[in-house]
Design a protein around this ligand. Structure first.
Ligand code: ADP
Ligand code: ZN
Ligand code: ZN
Length: 664
C-alpha cells in the first residue's frame, strides 16, 4: 500500500492521507473519491508518499479514482500551492475554487468534443493578419517574439486605439505556429463580443475557449477541458481563466492590466494579473501586460527594469488622434441640472452633425439620495449605515450595499416636510434633463439598472456601435473597450468626488477611467473631444489628463506614494471582520493584532470601521498590516492566519486580503 495526500474542499490548512494499492495507476494531479466523515468527497491527489504521520490502522482507503479529465499538470499544482500560501487560504479550498463545478463532483464529464485532427496540416494555426504593423508595433512584436520560450515580463504601454490588440494577435500567431497555447485575460468579455469576433476572424480555424463566470456548467466544463487537454489553441477569458491548466502555455497576455476586476474579492482573493506573471514564470514563457494607464505597481516595475517597457505612443489608424481634453470650470459657468452650458452647446453641435455624444457620470462614491432641505434628514438604510439611493423610475429607494428597498416616503419622517428632494445627480435625472433640453434627440441610458440582464446590455452596446442613440448617458459600464465609431464627444460629470476620496488609489483610478472613457471618442477620422466639468480646474490630475501625460501623472503619484509609505513602496494585507455588533468586531481585531509577535519589519495598524460600517445586518471593520519587505509580511501572515482560527469567537466572520485594492 502507499499513501496519497489529498486536497479536499474543507476550511483546514492541511492535506488528508488515504491508502491506495501500489498497483493502482494514480498520481499527483488525479481526482479521487474518498470517504470523509459520514460521506464521500471528491479531492485532488497532491502527493504520493511511502508513509503517513497518521497510524496506518487509522487511514482509510481511497474509494475510487475518477477518470475522464486529464491529470492536472505539475506546474498547475505548483501554482495552486503558491496561490494558497501567498493568499493565506487552505490548499484544498484553493484547488476546489479553481476547478469548474463539474470537476468538483463525481458526475460524469461531457464527452470530448470532436477534435480538429481531421483538418489539413497548418489549418488550425491559420492566421488572417490585420493591417501591417507600424514601427512601434513592429518593435513590440519583435521584442516579445524574441522572448518566446522563456520567462520575461513586458509592459505594453499604448494609448487607447494604439493597436495593442493587433500586437497580441500577431504574437499569438507565432505561438500557434509553435504548436503552443496562448492565454489572454481581459476584464470583461460578455460586454465586448467585438473582441471575441476579432479573435475568431484572425484565427478562423482555431479552437478558442472562452471562459467567464456567467457560462453555464457544460460550456464551462468543455472550455476548461479543452484548455487542459491542449485542444484549445487560445484561451480567452476573465480572471478565472488564469486558474485553468494549459497543457502547452506559450504566452500569457493581460489586457487592461490595471483593471480592478482582475482582483477577486471573495474566497481566494487572488490578483489574476499577478497570478498570470507567476504562471508564466513557472511555465517559462513571456507575459505581456497591456494598458493605456498601467497600475502604479506595474509602472514602478517597468521603471525599475523588472519588466521591459514597450510603448505605442500614437493611435494606429492613420489620421486618428487622441481626443482634445477641455476642462470646464464649474466655478465660472452655471451648471443647471448638473450640465454646464458649454457642454450642452457641444452636444447641440454633435446633434446637428448627426454624431453621438456620451455623458459619463462617475458613479464611484456618488449617488442620488432623498433628503429634506428643512431639517437635513436623508433617507438611510435600516439594515446598513449606507444612504438609500433614489430610483425615480419605479419610485423606490434602494440600498446599493445590502439590496434592501422601500417606497419613497410622503413626508420627512423627522419634521413632516412634504417637499423632499433628490440630492446629487444620478443617471436618471441627467437623462430626464437631457430629454428636456433636446426633445428631438434619442437619449439612451446605460447603467446597471437599465441593463439587469447581460444579453440586453450587449445588444444595446452593439446598437450604439451601429449608430443607435444620439446622446448616451452612462457609468463605468460604458468606459470599457467598446468601439463606437460615430461617437465624437464625451462629457464627464462628477469626476471631483473621486479626488475628495480618502482612498489613496482613487486619483489613479479616476485618471484611468477618464482616459478610457475619453478613448471611446474619435476612434476614426472625426476628431474626438472630452469635456470635464470640475470645481478644481487647476488640479494636477486634470492638467495631466489634458496633455495625455500618463508618465507625468504616474511620476507625481509615485512620489506621493513613496513619501506617504503606500504601495507599491510597501506591501499590505488587510484583516477584515464582521459581527452583529461593531464592539465585537473591534474586540476581535484588537485581540488578533496581539495574537502573534509582530516582527520589527512589519507594522500592524489599529482597526478601523469601514466607511459603510453596517452591511446586511453585520458591522464591519478592518486593520492593515504593512511592510517594506514582501517576504517578511508573508512570513508574518502565515503565522497569523494559522493562529486566528483558534481564537476567533463564534459569530465573527473574517478573512485576510493580501495586496488589497479596496478599502471602503
Ligand atoms: P488597442 O487594443 O490599443 O485599443 P486596437 O488593436 O484595437 O488598439 O487598434 C485600434 C484600431 O486601429 C483598430 O481598428 C485596428 O484595426 C487599427 N489598427 C491597428 N494597428 C493598425 C495599423 N498598424 N495600421 C492601421 N490600423 C491599425
Ligand atoms: Zn425634515
Ligand atoms: Zn442596506
Amino acid at each position: 500500500m502507499r499513501v496519497l495526500r489529498v486536497a479536499l474542499e474543507v476550511p483546514v490548512a492541511k492535506l488528508f492521507d488515504y491508502l491506495c494499492d501500489v498497483s493502482t495507476p494514480v498520481e499527483a494531479g488525479d481526482r479521487v473519491v474518498v470517504p470523509f466523515g459520514t460521506r464521500e468527497r471528491v479531492g485532488v491527489v497532491v502527493e504520493s508518499a511511502d508513509e503517513s504521520e497518521v497510524a496506518s490502522s487509522r487511514l482509510k482507503p481511497v474509494a475510487r479514482v475518477l477518470e475522464g479529465a486529464p491529470r492536472l499538470p505539475a506546474d498547475w499544482l505548483e501554482q495552486m500551492r503558491f496561490l494558497a500560501a501567498y493568499y493565506q487560504r487552505p490548499l484544498g479550498e484553493t484547488i476546489a475554487g479553481a476547478l469548474p463545478p463539474r470537476l468538483r463532483s463525481s458526475k460524469p464529464l461531457p464527452k470530448r468534443r470532436k477534435t480538429t485532427e481531421a483538418l489539413p496540416d497548418g489549418a488550425l494555426e491559420r492566421f488572417v493578419p490585420g493591417p501591417a504593423p507600424n514601427a512601434a508595433q513592429q518593435q513590440a512584436i519583435e521584442r516579445i517574439g524574441a522572448a518566446l520560450g522563456s520567462f520575461r515580463a513586458f509592459l505594453l504601454h499604448g494609448v487607447t486605439g494604439s493597436g495593442k490588440t493587433e500586437v497580441y494577435l500577431r504574437l499569438i500567431a507565432e505561438v500557434l505556429a509553435r504548436r503552443q497555447q496562448a492565454l489572454v485575460l481581459v476584464p470583461e468579455i460578455g460586454l465586448t463580443p467585438q473582441l471575441e469576433t476579432r479573435f475568431r476572424q484572425a484565427f478562423p480555424q482555431a479552437n478558442i475557449a472562452v471562459m467567464h463566470s456567467a457560462l453555464e456548467d457544460t460550456a464551462r466544463t468543455h472550455a476548461w477541458l479543452d484548455a487542459a487537454r491542449g485542444d484549445a489553441q487560445i484561451v480567452l477569458g476573465t480572471r478565472l481563466a488564469v486558474l485553468a491548466p494549459l497543457a502547452k502555455l506559450g504566452l500569457a497576455v493581460v489586457d487592461e492590466e490595471h483593471d480592478a476586476s482582475f482582483k477577486q474579492q471573495e474566497g481566494l482573493r487572488y490578483s489574476a494579473r499577478d497570478a498570470a506573471i507567476q504562471r508564466a514564470k513557472l511555465t517559462g514563457c513571456p507575459v505581456v501586460l497591456g494598458s493605456a494607464t498601467p497600475s502604479l505597481e506595474t509602472w514602478q516595475n517597468a521603471r525599475s527594469g523588472r519588466y521591459e517597457l514597450l510603448s505605442l505612443p500614437e493611435r494606429a489608424v492613420p489620421g486618428a488622434r487622441l481626443p482634445a481634453v477641455r476642462i470646464l470650470d464649474l466655478r465660472a459657468e452655471n451648471a443647471e441640472h448638473g450640465l454646464a452650458a458649454s457642454a450642452l452647446e457641444a452636444m447641440r453641435e454633435r446633434l446637428a452633425r448627426g454624431e453621438q455624444s456620451l455623458v459619463f457620470i462617475n458613479r464611484r462614491g456618488y449617488a442620488p439620495v432623498l433628503a429634506c432641505d428643512a431639517c437635513g434628514w436623508a433617507a438611510g438604510c435600516r439594515r446598513c449605515s449606507a444612504r438609500l439611493v433614489l430610483h425615480a423610475v419605479d419610485r423606490r429607494l434602494r440600498c446599493h450595499h445590502c439590496g434592501a428597498e422601500e417606497p419613497i416616503p410622503r413626508a420627512c419622517p423627522t419634521c413632516g416636510n412634504v417637499d423632499l428632494r433628490p440630492h446629487g445627480r444620478g443617471t436618471q435625472r441627467i437623462e430626464e434633463a437631457l430629454a428636456g433640453y433636446f426633445p428631438a434627440a434619442r437619449v439612451l441610458r446605460i447603467d446597471r439598472d437599465s441593463a439587469r440582464r447581460r444579453g440586453e446590455l450587449a445588444r444595446t452596446l452593439a446598437g450604439i456601435s451601429r449608430g443607435e442613440g444620439d446622446i448616451l448617458v452612462g457609468t463605468q459600464l460604458l468606459a470599457k473597450g467598446h468601439d463606437f465609431p460615430n461617437l465624437t464627444l464625451v462629457c464627464v460629470l462628477n469626476a471631483d468626488s473621486a479626488l475628495l476620496s480618502t482612498d489613496y488609489r482613487s486619483a489613479e483610478r479616476l485618471f484611468a477611467t477618464l482616459q478610457q472613457v475619453g478613448g471611446r471618442s474619435g476612434r476614426r477620422e472625426q476628431p474626438g473631444e472630452v469635456l470635464v466639468q470640475t470645481r478644481f480646474p487647476g488640479h494636477p490630475m486634470y492638467q495631466a489628463l489634458m496633455k495625455h501625460d500618463y508618465a507625468g501623472f504616474a511620476a507625481a503619484q509615485l512620489a506621493e506614494r513613496e513619501a506617504a509609505g503606500f504601495p507599491p513602496f510597501v506591501f499590505e494585507a488587510a484583516l477584515r471582520a464582521e459581527a452583529r455588533k461593531l464592539a465585537e468586531t473591534m474586540a476581535f481585531l484588537k485581540a488578533a493584532a496581539r495574537l502573534v509577535p509582530v516582527p520589527e519589519s512589519v507594522r500592524v495598524y489599529d482597526p478601523v470601521p469601514h466607511v459603510i460600517t453596517r452591511r446586511a445586518g453585520y458591522e464591519r471593520a478592518q486593520l492593515v498590516a504593512q511592510s517594506r519587505s514582501r517576504p517578511a509580511l508573508q512570513a508574518f501572515l502565515a503565522e497569523w492566519s494559522a493562529a486566528i482560527p483558534a481564537m476567533a469567537p463564534r459569530g465573527i466572520r473574517w478573512h485576510i486580503d493580501v495586496d488589497p485594492i479596496e478599502f471602503d
